[in-house]
Write a protein that binds this ligand. Structure first.
Ligand code: PLP
Length: 355
């Protein structure tokens, strides 16, 4: 069976070696030695000044929206995973959708200003498939209208833009370390911010708002990651360069074998060092996509419709029509992409699509 992705697992002894350290210390959570060590390694690898790792990639979005959204309208993309929109609604803010660019698939920065009202508090955009938004344009708009910027960078582990990590842009960035993501801790995620005034509020938000057992910074939630998850992260981490270069090889094979006369590939924004996290292709029609999916399924191949449906159409979003995103989400399919996907398997997938 070939799924859209396959979780990278290190040799089990390497995982249990780290777990042993937690056992030796009788310490499983509350920012133990392994969590602190993983944060240190990630900071260096990613080139960021500040990180707080978390229990998943959704709670950090909720924390960011709670701190910066302030119950107002949040300009956001309809083309993302549902957590981007649900975090806004969950924190009692209103999502205001702006359509996407037809080739980059990120929020169309030229349409943002028209959506700003006096209730707008921030912009929450997704670097979808690890492809960065036009962050320079978004920054200019945010500055002009005094808005905050949050990036859902769930797909962006290892992505650089103009020579630095995308996590360094915006007021807050979040990442996911879910087992389906490129770097993972089973479940996990992270908060990033270059605004020193936001770091304490973010940090305390993820740990009940507690400074000490009896002293509170503000209200908070529990978004702490455990030592067992950090052990998984520490055992996957040494393989990151290899994971990215192996995925690059798969991407290059698809690029070579697919017939692009009837198919559109994701366009990566110039200036980006990409992480080869997904291989989305756009078919000419939804019917064609469904035909190809059925044929792949018959051959035990299970690509995924990332991302369908367009988030403006989900019941709790109350979104306006988003013609580009609605059209693209019906026609886009993420092909299998993982370390260990064999050449003959890629060939089989391409044969089905090209036929
Ligand atoms: C995976 C994902 C999330 C949520 O991350 P979890 O770790 O699964 O909570 C949020 N946004 C996007 C775009 C994602 O792909």
């Amino acid at each position: 069976m070939i799924n859209v992705t396959k979780t990278f697992l290190p040799p089990i002894e390497e995982y249990t070696g780290w777990v042993q350290k937690a056992f030796d210390k009788f310490w499983l959570t509350n920012r133990g030695e392994l969590v602190l060590l993983l944060e240190q390694k990630l900071k260096e690898y990613l080139g960021v000044d500040w990180i707080t790792i978390t229990n998943n990639g959704t709670v950090p979005l909720q924390i960011a929206v709670k701190l910066l959204g302030k119950g107002g309208e949040i300009i956001t993309t309809p083309f993302s995973f549902v957590a981007t929109t649900s975090s806004i609604v969950w924190e009692n803010c209103t999502p205001v959708f702006v359509d996407i660019h037809p080739e980059y698939l990120t929020i169309d920065e030229t349409k943002i200003e028209a959506a700003i009202t006096d209730k707008t508090t921030c912009i929450l955009a997704t670097h979808v498939f690890g492809n960065p938004c036009d962050m320079d344009a978004i920054q200019k708009i945010a500055k002009k209208h005094n808005l905050k910027v949050i990036y859902d960078a769930a797909h962006c582990f290892g992505v650089n833009y103009n020579g630095k990590s995308v996590f360094n842009y915006g007021d807050i960035s979040t990442c996911s370390f879910h087992a389906t993501k490129i770097f993972h801790t089973g479940e996990g995620g992270a908060l990033f911010s270059n605004d020193e005034e936001l770091r304490l509020p973010l940090y305390y938000s993820h740990n009940f708002g507690q400074i000490t057992a009896v002293d509170f910074y503000a209200e908070g939630i529990n978004a702490k990651i455990s030592e067992l998850q950090a052990a998984m992260g520490l055992s996957v981490f040494p393989y990151m360069d290899e994971i990215i270069s192996e995925r690059k090889k798969v991407v290059e094979k698809y690029d070579r074998l697919l017939d692009f006369s009837k198919l559109q590939r994701l366009k990566i924004r110039p200036g980006t060092d990409w992480n080869y996290s997904y291989y989305p292709v756009l078919f000419g029609s939804e019917n064609l996509l469904l035909e190809k999916v059925a044929e792949m399924n018959k051959n035990e191949i299970f690509p995924r419709r990332y991302f369908y449906p367009s988030l403006n159409t989900i019941p709790f979003a109350n979104g306006e029509k988003m013609p580009v995103s609605e059209d693209i989400s019906k026609r886009v399919l993420s092909l299998p992409l993982y370390v260990g996907l064999e050449e003959n398997e890629i060939q089989m997938i391409c044969d089905i699509i090209n036929s």
